[in-house]
Write a protein that binds this ligand. Structure first.
Ligand code: HEM
Length: 127
C-alpha cells in the first residue's frame, strides 16, 4: 500500500479513536447504558487495530524504528499509557473520581501523542 495512503488511514483512525474515546468517557460520566452496546464494545478495538497496523506498516516501510528514533519511542510508550489509562477510565476504575481522572489523563496523553507525531520531537514545544 502507498505510504501516503497509509498515513491518511493512520491519521483518520487516530481521529476516530479520539472521538470514540471522548464519547465513551462522556457516557461513562453519565452512567449511560450506551456504553454497553455491542458496536461500542467492538468498533473502538477494530479502529485501534487499524491505527496500530498502519503505524507498524509505516515504521517498516520508512525504516524509522522506535528506540532509534526517540519520537517513535515516545509515541509507543505514550500509546501504552493511553491504553492502560483508558482501561482504568472505562472499565477498571473503582470510583467515579478515579475513572474521571484516568479519562482526563488519557485525553492529555492522546494530545501529547499527536504533538509528538506532528513535531517529531519527544518533548514537543520544549526540546
Ligand atoms: C494514539 C496513537 C497515535 C496517534 C494519535 C498518532 C497520530 C499520528 C499523526 C497525527 C501523524 C501525522 C503526523 C504528521 O505528519 O503531521 C502520525 C504519523 C506517524 N505515526 Fe502515529 N500516532 C499514534 C501511534 C503511533 C505509533 C504507536 C507509532 C509507531 C511506533 C506511530 C508511527 C507513526 C509514523 C511512522 C508516522 C509517519 C511519519 C511520517 O512519515 O510523516 N504512530 N501519527
Amino acid at each position: 500500500m502507498d505510504y501516503l495512503l497509509l498515513k491518511q488511514v493512520h491519521m483518520a483512525s487516530a481521529a476516530i479513536s479520539f472521538s470514540l474515546f471522548l464519547l465513551r468517557g462522556l457516557w461513562m460520566l453519565r452512567n449511560s447504558p450506551r456504553l454497553r452496546a455491542l458496536w461500542v464494545r467492538i468498533l473502538p478495538h477494530l479502529n485501534d487495530t487499524l491505527l496500530l497496523a498502519s503505524a507498524i506498516a509505516m515504521v517498516v516501510i520508512s525504516r524509522q524504528y522506535p528506540i532509534e528514533q526517540h519520537w517513535l519511542t515516545a509515541k509507543l510508550v505514550a500509546l501504552m499509557l493511553y491504553i492502560v489509562l483508558g482501561m482504568v477510565a472505562l472499565k477498571r476504575g473503582r470510583t467515579r473520581t478515579v475513572r474521571t481522572l484516568a479519562w482526563l489523563a488519557a485525553l492529555g496523553v492522546f494530545v501529547y501523542i499527536v504533538a509528538v507525531a506532528v513535531s517529531r520531537n519527544p518533548l514537543p514545544g520544549i526540546g
